[in-house]
Design a protein around this ligand. Structure first.
Ligand SMILES: Cc1cc2nc3c(=O)[nH]c(=O)nc-3n(C[C@H](O)[C@H](O)[C@H](O)COP(=O)(O)O)c2cc1C
Length: 386
């Protein structure tokens, strides 16, 4: 990305007071204007025909909110707390890799925005910035670490221990991406894969065990470091039995991200996991799979009420968050929308996106007649008439 062109654009918003985009679609369109085609396609695209991406959105339209009138509630408390991460609103920032594709300040800009807004950040294993640098920027702001379990236990153990030492209070093990999905847009863009050229592997180039696998340090040969990552990434042999080993490496709670059935939720519990995230990776992995929201009720029914269930995939507006909470999520993750904010306006762009969402959420909850998330039971939701 041309840094000069982009910062001139940011100044338009900040100094010239050009109005920020408002609706999520407008943020996406503005991001498309500033990003190189391949970076925009990397975030905006999904697997194959992108049916899963569309299904994630469509699923929300199948439900309608049912408000309660004259409840006399003037104050609202929408805060949640999960595994040492407290948030004033029931959402966290989803792990999104390779943020240097979208802004030069990358994860550091997002960390500053997260800290200012007091919203927990889930840092990606595929980030452009090391977990220690992000932790420093976050100060005492809450954070979790998302783990891609590379096909090398020594490296994985080292990564997990560093996350614990750097103050991340939970490990989010992503299980839907043991190999990257077939994404048409990236294939069309000459097989765009940032990792091959050493982008998005900062957790690994900063890792002593990973470095010990390289002939030359990454500072001298970044491409070789990228090729090693690409060779270690596929890990299709991973199974539920391996979780016992992960539990031995860390005392942190482990959440499984990518659960889409009650059966797998039960397996997660049976294997000692502390929470699940219902997710299809934003439709980036399997084309034509179940929408994340549609999988939520089955997962909810399979686990005890107090077992933490989060959800992501297609959350764009306040009503989406409320519907997911009513269907059993304890919190949701925001993905692409904050990345479009990052692309358009760096830290400030992320903050604007989050502010707009918080404002809409607070107002909509008030109008629904609820004072807290605990109030939001199934009576607030109905299926859309056939
Ligand atoms: C560009 C991009 C990169 C992502 N990188 C990761 C990642 O490194 N680890 C992970 O667990 N999920 C990753 N995700 C998935 C998100 O965490 C989340 O599940 C998804 O974005 C939710 O869908 P939505 O953004 O359409 O709401 C990524 C998503 C996008 C769009």
């Amino acid at each position: 990305v041309d840094a000069k062109a982009r910062s001139a654009r940011e100044r338009e918003y900040i100094d010239v007071k050009r109005p920020w985009p408002m609706a999520p679609e407008e943020w996406e369109a503005s991001a498309q204007e500033v990003l190189p085609q391949q970076a925009f396609d990397y975030v905006a695209g999904g697997a194959g025909l992108e049916q899963t991406m569309r299904a994630n959105r469509d699923a929300f339209y199948d439900w309608r909110l049912v408000p309660r009138m004259l409840t006399g509630t003037t104050e609202r408390d929408l805060s949640v707390e999960l595994f040492g991460a407290r948030s004033p609103v029931p959402f966290f920032l989803a792990p999104v890799g390779v943020q240097a594709l979208f802004h030069d300040d990358a994860e550091l800009a997002v960390a500053r925005a997260a800290r200012n807004m007091k919203i927990p950040m889930v840092l990606s294993s595929a980030a452009s910035t090391s977990m220690e640098e992000v932790a420093e920027e976050l100060g005492d702001s809450p954070r979790w670490f998302q783990l891609y379990w590379l096909n090398d236990r020594d490296i994985t153990a080292s990564i997990v221990k560093r996350a614990e030492a750097a103050g991340y209070t939970a490990i989010v093990l992503t299980v839907d991406t043991l190999s990257l999905g077939y994404r048409d847009r990236d294939v069309r863009n000459q097989g765009f894969l940032p990792f091959i050229v050493g982008q998005g592997i900062a957790q690994f180039t900063s890792d002593p065990v990973y470095r010990s696998r390289l002939e030359k340090p990454p500072e001298e040969d970044l491409e070789a470091a990228g090729m090693l990552w690409v060779s270690l990434f596929p890990n299709l042999g991973l199974s539920w039995d391996d979780l016992a080993w992960l539990r031995e490496q860390t005392s942190l709670p482990v959440l499984i991200k990518g659960v889409l059935s009650g059966d797998d939720a039960r397996r997660a519990i049976d294997n000692g996991c502390d929470g699940v995230i219902v997710s299809n990776h934003g439709g980036r992995q399997i084309d034509g799979e179940i929408a994340a929201l549609d999988a939520l009720p089955d997962v909810h029914d399979a686990v005890p009420d107090d077992f933490p269930v989060l959800m992501d995939g297609g959350i764009r507006r306040a009503s989406d968050i409320l519907k997911a909470l009513i269907l059993g999520a304890h919190a949701v993750l925001i993905g692409r929308p904050y990345i479009y904010g990052l692309a358009v306006g760096g830290q400030t762009g992320v903050e604007r996106v989050l502010e707009q969402l918080i404002l809409e959420l607070d107002l909509t909850t008030a109008l629904l007649g609820a004072a807290s998330i605990a109030d939001l039971d199934r009576s607030f939701l109905t299926r859309r008439p056939a």
